[in-house]
Design a binder for this molecule. Sequence first.
Ligand SMILES: Nc1nc2c(ncn2[C@@H]2O[C@H](COP(=O)(O)OP(=O)(O)OP(=O)(O)O)[C@@H](O)[C@H]2O)c(=O)[nH]1
Ligand SMILES: [Mg+2]
Length: 400
Amino acid sequence: MKAILVALKYTTDYDFDISIKELKELCRACQIEVTHIVTQAADPNKTTYVGIGKIKEIRHLIEDEDMVIFNEELTPLQLRNISDLLGIEVKDRTDLILRIFESRARTKEAKLQVEVARLKYELPRLAGAHEEMYSQQGGSGFRGSGEQQIEIERRHIRRHMAQVYKELREVTKERQTQRKRRENMKVVALVGYTNAGKSTLLNLFTQKKVYSEDMLFATLETSTRQAVLKNNRTILMSDTVGFISQLPHHLIEAFKSTLEEVKEADLILHVVDASSPYANKQIEVTNMVLKELGVETPMLYVYNKCDLEQAEFIVPRDPYVFISAKNNLHIDKLEDEIIKIIYKDEERITLYIPYEEGDLYKKLIRETTLIKEEFQDECIAITIEAPTYYANKYSRYRKV
Ligand SMILES: Nc1nc2c(ncn2[C@@H]2O[C@H](COP(=O)(O)OP(=O)(O)OP(=O)(O)O)[C@@H](O)[C@H]2O)c(=O)[nH]1
Ligand SMILES: [Mg+2]
């Protein structure tokens, strides 16, 4: 499929460049070939987004393209007017992002979340499409029945939406109960701009395959895996959907429940593509979305792709590490930092476990960090780093 892209340049040049580059990436992810990029330095026009002169210019450009794609979410009015004027399919940035999410969603929850976002986007745009259709068919005479038809469709969508919401609530509840069974394990969430390298890092830690690709939004679901750190502690690591500037609001809403896990994590690894010329901006966008979600979890900045040259001057934000997930560089240092942060509230205790209580010994080894063990006559003396409440819970083992 081929498309002409249309963008307004009314913010600073810098943001404009990022956003055009991303729109092209979004097209690539949708297998759409870009033939022209039409820009205009102006504020958005209420009725046609770009000026009417630009619309004419676009109309002249159209040859064998299938659609014209606008760089921002168009209002229902703009969408209808532009479609009328151009006589070709008109899409916007939100529609592209929704499409990508639709094609990538795998779990039931992600599918339902995207469906909610899609329905919310479509509902107010329904009228536009139909009015156009009916006016083409027979002019004003059909108007009455056309409006009736729209009302029927609207009601249908609303009913469907209520059904999807209900299903979504059930699925979310199910996942939340599963999450409660995570024992004593610490949870580390990978968060960051799309294509930063989150899935690559998760793979490295868990040695299991999570889909990773040089493409926007390769990951849509929060996939959680166990990883064993070098202090032998098992943690849970979750991968999340990548962020992007101008992420449609409906999508943030829809994905809120998935991102709830980020809120409850013990640590966020904010993965940054340090080779991107837009690294600083991408950090800001990600932090803004997190703020909107009310996330206050401790954060460690992970500047990834340090094997490549830095395209932008980066003043690292504390605390931070520079790594390369793909080339396994400085992962040791990253692990040290993770351990330092997530186990900071633990204390060192020595317990004397009688040989008969081998199961307790195994449990403690699994749940805590073993510092030293000594096989004595009647018991094993273990020095461990464990949550502070362990001292109380196992007080009877603190003396021989
Ligand atoms: N050069 C280099 N490339 C890397 C590094 N880490 C990841 N990549 C590449 O960056 C691309 C994106 O990696 P992913 O792990 O899929 O990124 P992501 O953050 O999960 O992306 P989304 O799922 O879209 O949010 C892939 O082509 C990786 O091979 C690195 O350290 N160096
Ligand atoms: Mg990913």
